[in-house]
Design a protein around this ligand. Structure first.
Ligand SMILES: *[C@@H]1O[C@H](CO)[C@@H](O)[C@H](O)[C@H]1NC(C)=O
Ligand SMILES: *[C@@H]1O[C@H](CO)[C@@H](O)[C@H](O)[C@H]1NC(C)=O
Ligand SMILES: *[C@@H]1O[C@H](CO)[C@@H](O)[C@H](O)[C@H]1NC(C)=O
Length: 247
Protein backbone atom coordinates (compact mmCIF):
# COMPACT_ATOMS: atom_id res chain seq x y z
CA UNK A 1 0.00 0.00 0.00
CA UNK A 2 1.40 3.37 -0.97
CA UNK A 3 0.68 6.48 1.01
CA UNK A 4 1.52 10.01 -0.03
CA UNK A 5 1.21 12.93 2.35
CA UNK A 6 1.80 16.53 1.32
CA UNK A 7 2.17 19.13 4.01
CA UNK A 8 2.38 22.81 3.20
CA UNK A 9 4.87 24.69 5.27
CA UNK A 10 5.55 28.37 5.20
CA UNK A 11 9.02 29.67 5.72
CA UNK A 12 9.37 32.89 7.62
CA UNK A 13 12.52 34.85 7.09
CA UNK A 14 14.00 35.60 10.46
CA UNK A 15 17.39 36.98 11.35
CA UNK A 16 17.59 36.40 15.07
CA UNK A 17 19.44 33.24 15.91
CA UNK A 18 17.75 32.11 19.06
CA UNK A 19 14.31 32.41 20.54
CA UNK A 20 12.50 32.25 23.81
CA UNK A 21 9.37 30.41 24.78
CA UNK A 22 6.27 32.51 24.05
CA UNK A 23 4.73 34.23 27.09
CA UNK A 24 2.35 32.10 29.10
CA UNK A 25 4.31 28.88 28.65
CA UNK A 26 6.18 27.90 31.79
CA UNK A 27 9.80 26.78 31.78
CA UNK A 28 10.08 23.77 34.08
CA UNK A 29 12.95 23.15 36.41
CA UNK A 30 14.38 19.62 36.51
CA UNK A 31 15.03 19.91 40.24
CA UNK A 32 11.39 20.80 40.95
CA UNK A 33 9.72 17.85 42.75
CA UNK A 34 6.66 18.51 40.58
CA UNK A 35 8.71 18.57 37.38
CA UNK A 36 6.51 15.97 35.58
CA UNK A 37 3.31 17.88 36.38
CA UNK A 38 4.91 21.22 35.44
CA UNK A 39 5.98 19.78 32.11
CA UNK A 40 2.60 18.18 31.42
CA UNK A 41 0.84 21.48 32.09
CA UNK A 42 3.39 23.48 30.13
CA UNK A 43 3.04 21.26 27.06
CA UNK A 44 -0.76 21.37 27.29
CA UNK A 45 -0.69 25.19 27.51
CA UNK A 46 1.84 25.32 24.68
CA UNK A 47 -0.30 23.19 22.38
CA UNK A 48 -3.20 25.59 22.96
CA UNK A 49 -1.25 28.86 22.78
CA UNK A 50 0.77 27.99 19.70
CA UNK A 51 -2.33 26.81 17.81
CA UNK A 52 -2.89 30.30 16.41
CA UNK A 53 0.64 30.17 15.01
CA UNK A 54 3.88 31.88 15.98
CA UNK A 55 5.76 33.80 13.32
CA UNK A 56 8.98 33.98 15.30
CA UNK A 57 9.05 30.24 15.83
CA UNK A 58 7.90 29.54 12.26
CA UNK A 59 4.90 27.61 13.57
CA UNK A 60 1.91 27.90 11.24
CA UNK A 61 -1.55 28.09 12.80
CA UNK A 62 -2.94 24.62 13.39
CA UNK A 63 -6.48 25.47 14.49
CA UNK A 64 -7.50 24.22 12.04
CA UNK A 65 -4.50 22.20 10.93
CA UNK A 66 -4.13 22.32 7.16
CA UNK A 67 -2.78 19.38 5.14
CA UNK A 68 -2.63 19.75 1.36
CA UNK A 69 -3.16 16.13 0.39
CA UNK A 70 -3.22 12.57 1.65
CA UNK A 71 -3.59 9.76 -0.84
CA UNK A 72 -3.82 6.07 -0.13
CA UNK A 73 -3.66 3.25 -2.67
CA UNK A 74 -6.31 0.58 -2.73
CA UNK A 75 -5.82 -1.96 0.05
CA UNK A 76 -6.72 -5.41 -1.34
CA UNK A 77 -8.70 -7.57 1.06
CA UNK A 78 -10.03 -4.71 3.18
CA UNK A 79 -13.68 -3.72 3.68
CA UNK A 80 -12.78 -0.39 2.19
CA UNK A 81 -11.12 -1.57 -1.01
CA UNK A 82 -10.85 1.93 -2.40
CA UNK A 83 -8.15 4.26 -3.58
CA UNK A 84 -8.61 7.33 -1.43
CA UNK A 85 -7.49 10.85 -2.03
CA UNK A 86 -8.16 13.73 0.33
CA UNK A 87 -7.41 17.32 -0.64
CA UNK A 88 -7.48 20.62 1.26
CA UNK A 89 -7.72 18.84 4.56
CA UNK A 90 -8.67 20.91 7.59
CA UNK A 91 -8.41 19.24 10.97
CA UNK A 92 -10.33 21.07 13.71
CA UNK A 93 -10.01 20.51 17.45
CA UNK A 94 -6.34 19.66 18.09
CA UNK A 95 -5.79 22.90 20.03
CA UNK A 96 -8.04 21.56 22.81
CA UNK A 97 -5.89 18.47 23.28
CA UNK A 98 -5.35 17.52 26.92
CA UNK A 99 -1.95 16.17 27.90
CA UNK A 100 -2.49 13.23 30.27
CA UNK A 101 1.13 12.18 30.66
CA UNK A 102 4.45 13.63 29.53
CA UNK A 103 7.77 12.04 30.40
CA UNK A 104 11.25 12.88 29.21
CA UNK A 105 14.30 10.71 29.65
CA UNK A 106 17.11 13.24 29.23
CA UNK A 107 19.97 10.73 29.09
CA UNK A 108 18.62 8.64 26.22
CA UNK A 109 16.66 11.58 24.76
CA UNK A 110 13.36 9.78 24.73
CA UNK A 111 9.91 11.32 25.12
CA UNK A 112 6.69 9.52 25.94
CA UNK A 113 3.33 11.29 26.07
CA UNK A 114 -0.35 10.45 26.27
CA UNK A 115 -2.91 12.93 24.99
CA UNK A 116 -6.67 13.10 24.68
CA UNK A 117 -8.45 15.18 22.05
CA UNK A 118 -12.17 15.34 22.97
CA UNK A 119 -13.52 16.26 19.52
CA UNK A 120 -11.61 16.26 16.24
CA UNK A 121 -13.43 17.09 13.00
CA UNK A 122 -11.68 16.60 9.67
CA UNK A 123 -13.08 18.32 6.60
CA UNK A 124 -11.69 17.53 3.18
CA UNK A 125 -12.48 17.17 -0.49
CA UNK A 126 -12.43 13.46 -1.20
CA UNK A 127 -12.03 11.17 -4.20
CA UNK A 128 -12.88 7.50 -3.73
CA UNK A 129 -12.47 4.86 -6.39
CA UNK A 130 -12.88 1.12 -5.96
CA UNK A 131 -15.12 -1.18 -4.02
CA UNK A 132 -16.94 -0.06 -0.89
CA UNK A 133 -18.48 -3.10 0.84
CA UNK A 134 -20.04 -4.79 -2.24
CA UNK A 135 -20.67 -1.62 -4.23
CA UNK A 136 -18.40 -0.13 -6.87
CA UNK A 137 -17.75 3.49 -6.06
CA UNK A 138 -16.26 6.33 -8.07
CA UNK A 139 -17.08 9.58 -6.35
CA UNK A 140 -15.78 12.93 -5.32
CA UNK A 141 -17.16 15.66 -3.08
CA UNK A 142 -16.87 17.09 0.40
CA UNK A 143 -16.37 14.89 3.37
CA UNK A 144 -16.15 15.24 7.08
CA UNK A 145 -15.04 12.76 9.67
CA UNK A 146 -15.78 13.35 13.36
CA UNK A 147 -13.69 11.59 15.97
CA UNK A 148 -14.59 11.69 19.66
CA UNK A 149 -12.25 11.13 22.59
CA UNK A 150 -9.18 10.43 20.51
CA UNK A 151 -6.44 9.06 22.77
CA UNK A 152 -2.93 9.15 21.37
CA UNK A 153 0.30 7.64 22.72
CA UNK A 154 3.34 9.48 21.42
CA UNK A 155 6.64 7.63 21.35
CA UNK A 156 9.46 9.92 20.35
CA UNK A 157 13.21 9.52 20.12
CA UNK A 158 15.38 12.58 19.96
CA UNK A 159 18.94 13.75 19.79
CA UNK A 160 20.74 16.59 21.55
CA UNK A 161 23.13 18.76 19.56
CA UNK A 162 25.04 22.02 19.84
CA UNK A 163 24.39 25.09 17.69
CA UNK A 164 26.16 28.42 18.24
CA UNK A 165 27.25 27.39 21.71
CA UNK A 166 23.79 26.31 22.85
CA UNK A 167 22.24 22.90 23.16
CA UNK A 168 19.14 22.03 21.12
CA UNK A 169 17.12 18.89 20.57
CA UNK A 170 15.99 17.34 17.31
CA UNK A 171 13.13 14.82 17.11
CA UNK A 172 14.38 11.77 15.20
CA UNK A 173 11.53 9.29 15.16
CA UNK A 174 7.94 10.01 16.06
CA UNK A 175 5.55 7.10 16.47
CA UNK A 176 1.98 7.29 17.62
CA UNK A 177 -0.76 4.87 18.54
CA UNK A 178 -4.24 6.34 18.11
CA UNK A 179 -7.35 5.07 19.90
CA UNK A 180 -10.57 6.88 19.01
CA UNK A 181 -13.65 6.22 21.13
CA UNK A 182 -16.07 7.03 18.32
CA UNK A 183 -15.92 7.94 14.62
CA UNK A 184 -18.59 9.23 12.23
CA UNK A 185 -17.89 9.34 8.51
CA UNK A 186 -19.80 11.61 6.19
CA UNK A 187 -19.19 11.71 2.42
CA UNK A 188 -21.40 14.04 0.37
CA UNK A 189 -22.34 12.83 -3.05
CA UNK A 190 -21.19 9.23 -2.51
CA UNK A 191 -23.62 7.55 -4.90
CA UNK A 192 -24.81 10.43 -7.00
CA UNK A 193 -28.55 10.41 -7.49
CA UNK A 194 -29.07 7.45 -5.19
CA UNK A 195 -29.75 8.90 -1.80
CA UNK A 196 -31.14 5.72 -0.31
CA UNK A 197 -28.06 3.71 -1.22
CA UNK A 198 -25.85 6.49 0.10
CA UNK A 199 -27.75 6.56 3.39
CA UNK A 200 -27.61 2.78 3.68
CA UNK A 201 -23.85 2.74 3.04
CA UNK A 202 -23.25 5.52 5.56
CA UNK A 203 -25.27 3.61 8.14
CA UNK A 204 -23.22 0.47 7.51
CA UNK A 205 -19.88 2.28 7.45
CA UNK A 206 -20.67 4.16 10.65
CA UNK A 207 -21.82 1.03 12.45
CA UNK A 208 -18.44 -0.45 11.63
CA UNK A 209 -16.51 2.80 11.96
CA UNK A 210 -14.00 1.54 14.50
CA UNK A 211 -13.29 -1.61 12.48
CA UNK A 212 -12.83 0.51 9.36
CA UNK A 213 -10.49 2.75 11.32
CA UNK A 214 -8.29 -0.32 11.92
CA UNK A 215 -7.84 -0.57 8.14
CA UNK A 216 -6.74 3.04 7.82
CA UNK A 217 -4.94 3.12 11.17
CA UNK A 218 -1.49 2.87 9.57
CA UNK A 219 -2.09 5.81 7.26
CA UNK A 220 -3.77 7.90 9.91
CA UNK A 221 -0.98 7.34 12.43
CA UNK A 222 1.68 7.96 9.81
CA UNK A 223 0.06 11.26 8.77
CA UNK A 224 -0.35 12.53 12.32
CA UNK A 225 3.19 11.48 13.31
CA UNK A 226 4.65 13.37 10.37
CA UNK A 227 2.66 16.50 11.22
CA UNK A 228 3.47 16.39 14.96
CA UNK A 229 7.16 15.81 14.24
CA UNK A 230 7.27 18.76 11.86
CA UNK A 231 5.59 21.10 14.37
CA UNK A 232 7.78 19.81 17.22
CA UNK A 233 10.99 20.30 15.27
CA UNK A 234 9.97 23.83 14.22
CA UNK A 235 9.86 24.72 17.90
CA UNK A 236 12.89 22.74 19.10
CA UNK A 237 15.08 23.93 16.21
CA UNK A 238 14.74 27.47 17.49
CA UNK A 239 14.40 27.30 21.24
CA UNK A 240 17.51 26.17 23.08
CA UNK A 241 17.13 23.26 25.46
CA UNK A 242 18.02 25.49 28.44
CA UNK A 243 15.03 27.74 27.64
CA UNK A 244 12.68 24.77 27.81
CA UNK A 245 14.19 22.94 30.79
CA UNK A 246 16.01 24.65 33.63
CA UNK A 247 18.34 22.68 35.89
C1 LIG B 1 -20.35 16.99 8.85
O1 LIG B 1 -21.01 15.75 9.00
C2 LIG B 1 -22.18 15.79 9.77
C3 LIG B 1 -22.71 14.38 9.87
O2 LIG B 1 -21.77 13.57 10.49
C4 LIG B 1 -23.18 16.72 9.10
O3 LIG B 1 -24.33 16.81 9.88
C5 LIG B 1 -22.56 18.10 8.96
O4 LIG B 1 -23.43 18.95 8.24
C6 LIG B 1 -21.24 18.03 8.21
N1 LIG B 1 -20.61 19.33 8.25
C7 LIG B 1 -19.98 19.85 7.21
C8 LIG B 1 -19.36 21.19 7.43
O5 LIG B 1 -19.87 19.28 6.15
C1 LIG C 1 -15.43 11.46 26.22
O1 LIG C 1 -15.04 10.87 27.44
C2 LIG C 1 -15.57 11.52 28.57
C3 LIG C 1 -14.94 10.89 29.81
O2 LIG C 1 -14.96 9.51 29.74
C4 LIG C 1 -17.08 11.40 28.56
O3 LIG C 1 -17.63 12.08 29.67
C5 LIG C 1 -17.60 12.05 27.28
O4 LIG C 1 -18.99 11.89 27.20
C6 LIG C 1 -16.94 11.46 26.05
N1 LIG C 1 -17.32 12.24 24.87
C7 LIG C 1 -18.00 11.73 23.86
C8 LIG C 1 -18.38 12.69 22.78
O5 LIG C 1 -18.32 10.55 23.81
C1 LIG D 1 8.63 3.24 21.84
O1 LIG D 1 9.38 2.95 20.67
C2 LIG D 1 10.53 2.18 20.91
C3 LIG D 1 11.30 2.08 19.61
O2 LIG D 1 10.47 1.98 18.50
C4 LIG D 1 10.13 0.82 21.48
O3 LIG D 1 11.27 0.06 21.75
C5 LIG D 1 9.30 1.05 22.75
O4 LIG D 1 8.82 -0.18 23.22
C6 LIG D 1 8.16 1.99 22.52
N1 LIG D 1 7.56 2.29 23.80
C7 LIG D 1 6.26 2.45 23.96
C8 LIG D 1 5.82 2.79 25.34
O5 LIG D 1 5.47 2.32 23.05
Amino acid sequence: MKVVIVLISYTFVVNISCFHLPPGITTCSKSDPDFDECLRKSVEDGVYRLSTGDKHLGVVPYEPLYVAMISVDENPGATVRVAQKFLNIKIHGLSLTKVKKFKVDFDSCYIYAETLSPLVRTEAEYELKGQLLIFPVNAKGNSNVTTTNLSIEHNITCQRYMKRGKEYIHLNSYKITAKPEGITYNFDNLFEGNRRLSEQIHKTINERALAIFEEVRGVTEESYSLIFKEIGNKIFNRIPFSEIFKD
